[in-house]
Write a new protein. Structure first.
Length: 374
């Protein structure tokens, strides 16, 4: 397969950075964005151990002078759209995976620039000039290496892996959770086999990993630890539904546990819906009970929607109709009957993102030229 060059960008402390940008007196202070649960924390707040998904009450105990800003989802989604429009002008080969991150296949594009480093810096500058926000950038030879690269110098930095040797050297000494897709539950299972660091995977054959963790997870682990990832930047595929599900090692018993897990699965799924600029018509909840009985319950909306509030209310309504007299082994949320919102493709290509001149200047320049010719 031909070598690719993939860029992954991820905005820094996204919601918090938008709030700081709009109220500079918050700069340098420990802030979080959240109503009762924290959506994100500024890097100053993270120094106190404050994290996403933590209750605000708990965070206040860790940091007494924490500033709590209420969530303004509409504002963040507007900024997200602006960022996507900017990135989409570079090339059509873009896959947005959440409101603040995406992959760009820059294999051809980057050849027009002096180096990958130069491209990464220009990309960051372009986003900053147009939005006043910083992002972290990773460039790799596949999606996996690009994604991990963008995390390497967070916030505001960039990192580049030119090939799989560089990448494997970097990840070998890191905790296994550095591999996206290795969540808490999988990590526990891996711990039982003494796989704590990425390099520990190298002690096992593919056959052994498959026999311990199943075909799909075994292969995934084996390939990731070797720096292999064949996924393409998916910019053309027609998406029929987006969904996420979680299997629980210890079945869920209480209503509170079920609600909390559902909230987190909902968040992930909604981020993907918004990230891919989709509207949906159907919300589905899937529940598997301890005795393996599986049910799915769907609700069709009157109008297409991507609003967090509407979709969450719908999911909660569906959830209320489920009989939870048995313990729960799996929960899943999916959005179906999808329609793509269009991302405007302007003809300025990368000029607006990369040039010092903004769109207005470019228009003025054009008008001047026309006047001169007349
Ligand atoms: P992330 O990219 O995971 O986090 P971040 O941008 O705040 O911080 P960084 O990338 O620098 O580590 O998520 C993007 C936004 O999604 C985040 O600003 C808020 C929202 N979010 C939630 O609402 N709930 C969550 O549990 C998480 C993880 C994120
Ligand atoms: Mg981010």
């Amino acid at each position: 397969m031909k070598e690719k060059t993939i860029l992954h960008y991820d905005m820094d402390a996204f919601y918090a950075s938008v709030e700081i940008r709009d109220n500079p007196s918050l700069k340098g202070k420990p802030i979080v964005v959240g109503n009762s649960i924290i959506t994100t924390a500024s890097y100053e707040a993270r120094k106190f151990g404050v994290r996403s998904a933590m209750p605000v009450m708990e965070a206040r105990k860790l940091c007494h002078h924490l500033l709590v800003i209420p969530v303004s989802m509409g504002k963040y989604m507007e900024v997200s759209r602006k960022i996507k429009n900017l990135v989409a002008r570079l090339t059509e080969k873009v896959e947005f995976i959440a409101s603040d991150e995406g992959y760009v296949d820059i294999t051809e594009l980057v050849k027009r620039y002096p180096s990958k480093e130069y491209f990464a810096r220009r990309f960051q500058k372009g986003i900053y000039k147009n939005t006043g926000l910083t992002c972290s950038v990773g460039i790799g030879y596949n999606k996996l290496s690009a994604k991990i690269a963008s995390d390497a110098k967070k916030p505001g930095g960039y990192y580049i892996f030119n090939n799989s040797q560089e990448f494997v050297e970097y990840i070998s000494g890191k905790n296994i959770k550095i591999i996206p897709g290795v969540g808490k539950k999988f990590q526990e299972l891996l711990g039982e086999r003494n796989i704590l660091m990425v390099r520990d995977v190298h002690n096992y054959s593919l056959y052994e990993l498959i026999s311990y963790f199943g075909k799909s997870r075994g292969e995934f682990l084996y390939c990731s630890a070797m720096g292999e990832d064949n996924r393409q930047v998916d910019y053309k595929r027609k998406i029929h539904s987006v969904g996420n599900e979680n299997t629980f090692r210890y079945p869920l018993e209480s209503e509170v546990e079920i609600k909390r897990e559902l909230e987190s699965i909902f968040h992930k799924t909604h981020e993907r819906l918004v990230g891919k600029d989709l509207l949906c018509k159907t919300v589905t909840l899937k529940v598997r009970f301890e005795n393996r009985k599986t049910i799915t319950r769907s609700k069709t909306l009157e109008n297409l929607a991507d609003s967090r509030e509407i979709l969450k209310n719908t999911l909660e309504n569906i959830n209320e109709s489920v009989d939870y007299s048995m313990r729960v082994k799996l929960l899943g949320v999916s959005f179906g009957n999808l329609v793509q919102k269009s991302i405007r493709q302007l003809s300025f290509s990368e000029r607006e993102l990369f040039n010092k001149k903004n769109r207005v200047d470019l228009l003025k320049e054009k008008i001047k030229k026309i006047e001169k010719n007349n």
